[in-house]
Design a protein around this ligand. Structure first.
Ligand code: NAD
Length: 341
């Protein structure tokens, strides 16, 4: 099964597609913010959803847990939802991770459709069917693969996002550009910030990830290239969550790219000018993004990373558009990368 993607102006095609599925019930799920900001827009665009039952959950990563799942399962039971139900999720990656997990386990799996409402969820979290909740202090360590049957992409939802959350989604788009090709990278590093929010660029980034996911849904080989920048990013993000100025995931990815480009230079002689070009772009577009960390700060988080059981393993760039996965990174190489930061 594949996910069908529908974009702004393809609303009637989406409705025909849904009608062909003959769902017995359709239910929407939103969080406290997206219920206020996005549901009214969704109902305006899709009048057939005006009378649909809704489940509302509290917003935020702190609620992406088993207690919220239990609440949603109870609500679904009360509504007597049958197997032939569609759950439409209106929200960012936190909500779609949880809603996808709940849907994949209710009656052994009901269909979902995602309406992503953050930039990050449009270009990343809505694609590829990874669902997750956080458990026992560990992020995303319980989850399933459950591809949504459809996603609806419309940048109209981005207008109400706080600016830092909005811009943080650019991190994943830049990562995709570096993994894609030199041409894509050169185009993206000269874009104005607003250009990233266009449906064309969202679609381009989404299609790049989706092509990879369709070849390796279960993350056994090619999909691991999407981990580029993420080993360091996850460690920085986790470390930042302990302090008073936590980073958003996409912000940590922006810093992770810088760091893993340096490691790519040390290990694969990736040309130095690529690092300089990226630094220059980062300074220009994210002048406020500063976060101090050293190796000791992030080391314990790197070691917790399940990919790093036998030494550090990362996905690094041999050149732009060519990623090697499972690259072994030594302690000495990590230390050297900090000197070059
Ligand atoms: N499954 C995947 O492949 C995948 C990929 C990347 C990230 N993720 C997960 O995604 C989560 C981060 O998601 P995110 O960056 O989309 O943020 P988010 O879903 O946490 O949303 C951030 C905040 O913005 C609010 N919000 C969302 N849309 C809004 C809108 N249009 N207007 C106003 N407020 C809005 C939310 O209520 C929340 O308070 C993390 O939990 C991460 O693990 C999953």
């Amino acid at each position: 099964m594949k996910t069908s993607f529908f974009y702004a102006n393809e609303e009637s095609e989406l409705q025909v597609y849904l009608a062909s599925k003959n769902y017995q019930q359709i239910v929407c799920i939103a969080d406290a913010h997206t219920n206020g900001f996005c549901m009214p827009i969704v109902k305006k665009i899709f009048p057939f959803l005006q009378t649909t039952t809704q489940i509302i959950i509290p917003e935020g990563e702190q609620n992406k847990n088993i207690s919220t799942c239990i609440y949603v399962w109870h609500e679904m039971e009360k509504m007597q939802l049958e197997k032939n139900t569609l759950l439409i999720c209106v929200g960012g990656g936190t909500l779609s991770d949880l809603a996808g997990f709940v849907a994949s386990t209710y009656k052994r799996g009901i269909d979902t459709m995602l309406i992503p409402t953050t930039l990050l969820s449009m270009v990343d979290a809505c694609i590829g069917g990874k669902t997750a909740i956080d458990f026992s202090g560990n992020k995303n360590n319980i989850g399933t693969y459950h591809l949504p049957i459809a996603c609806y992409l419309n940048p109209i939802f981005l207008h109400t996002l706080p600016i830092r959350i909005l811009q943080s989604g650019i991190g994943e788009m830049m990562k995709h550009a570096l993994l894609c090709s030199t041409d894509r990278w050169h185009t993206y590093r000269t874009l104005k910030i607003e250009d990233f929010y266009s449906i064309e660029k969202i679609r381009e980034s989404l299609v790049f990830k989706n092509n990879i996911v369709e070849q390796d849904l279960h993350d056994l080989s090619l999909r691991q290239s999407l981990n580029f920048a993420h080993s360091i990013a996850h460690a920085i993000e986790s470390y930042s969550l302990q302090g008073s100025t936590p980073l958003y995931h996409g912000e940590a990815v922006l810093l992770g790219i810088r760091h893993e480009l340096i490691l790519s230079h040390i290990i694969f002689q990736l040309p130095q000018f690529i690092i300089s070009d990226y630094e220059q772009w980062l300074q220009q577009c994210f002048p406020e993004l500063h976060f101090n960390y050293n190796l000791a700060d992030i080391q314990s988080f790197l070691q917790q990373d399940k990919k790093n059981r036998d030494g550090y393993r990362m996905s690094l760039l041999k050149e732009i558009g060519v990623c090697e996965t499972q690259v072994r990174v030594s302690e000495a190489q990590l230390q050297e990368s900090f000197k070059l930061l």
